[in-house]
Write a protein that binds this ligand. Structure first.
Ligand SMILES: [Zn+2]
Length: 253
């Protein structure tokens, strides 16, 4: 992408007081976490895998739950390290410019990169916690995974006997209205909205982009593939994210 575009985006961020960053799977692929919906995505290539993330199969089929627990045990998030893209977002906070980080990711790599938890809005939840579908209990995922490792194929809630899963939003599960409201409010307040590594196909989160634009923000999209909002963006970059993002926010250090 042209130097002029990067320079323009950099100037908008320099002038901004409130930068809101919206991230999707594309920011974590350089950390070895696969994208689920992209052209090479896990679900695109193997639709059966999508069953594991569908609450309707999950609650009715013990085999789906057993497979889900095995899949959580093997998830690349446990060993993944934040990359230059995550570090660049953290650098924005250190510059006093990060108003909020809205993320569709469940891997907590932004927090690992040093972002203050109160700035992070996880619209799809987190893999790092387990939760009970019956009583709402929540606890560290690693403690429940230890039970799976010890032989419980489909561990039940110790408080109520209910089904456990990761504290993430599966297909067929509602988003958390308060979380979405926080995200949209942040988008309204942005001077610059940076949409990074998201295909911007999933609503209502994708709506943050036109909301910010209509409220007067500069919109910068960094994504390997075109998105439906490229036309309203002030700048569109195709990455790689771990190269372009540090350039725009002035370094990772
Ligand atoms: Zn329970």
């Amino acid at each position: 992408m042209s130097k002029a575009t990067i320079e323009a985006a950099r100037n908008w961020i320099d002038a901004a007081k409130r930068v809101v960053v919206l991230t999707g799977a594309g920011i974590s692929t350089d950390s070895g976490i696969p994208d689920f919906r992209g052209p090479q995505g896990v679900w695109t290539r193997n639709p059966v895998a999508e069953k594991l993330s569908d609450i309707r199969y999950y609650v009715t089929d013990p085999e789906v739950r057993k497979a889900s627990w095995q899949s959580r045990l093997a998830h690349p998030a446990w060993t993944a390290q934040p990359n230059a893209g995550h570090l660049a977002v953290a650098a924005l906070e250190r510059r006093g410019k990060l108003h909020a980080l809205i993320t569709q990711n469940i891997d907590e790599l932004h927090q690992r990169a040093g972002i203050s938890p109160h700035l992070v809005i996880e619209v799809h939840g987190t893999l790092h916690k387990a939760m009970c579908l019956m009583c709402g209990w929540r606890g560290p995922m690693q403690e429940t995974l230890a039970r799976v490792r010890a032989g419980e194929e489909d561990p039940a809630c110790r408080d109520c006997g209910g089904l456990l899963k990761s504290d993430t939003i599966s297909f067929g599960q509602p988003l958390v209205p308060e979380v979405i409201e926080r995200a949209m409010t942040a988008a309204l307040e942005a001077d610059v909205l940076l949409a990074v590594g998201s295909t911007l196909q999933v609503y209502p989160v994708a709506g943050a982009v036109p909301i910010a634009k209509q409220a007067g923000a500069r919109v910068v999209i960094i994504n390997a593939q075109p998105t439906q909002f490229d036309d309203i963006a002030d700048a569109v970059l195709q990455g790689p994210i771990s190269v372009d993002l540090p350039l725009i926010v002035r370094g990772v250090g």
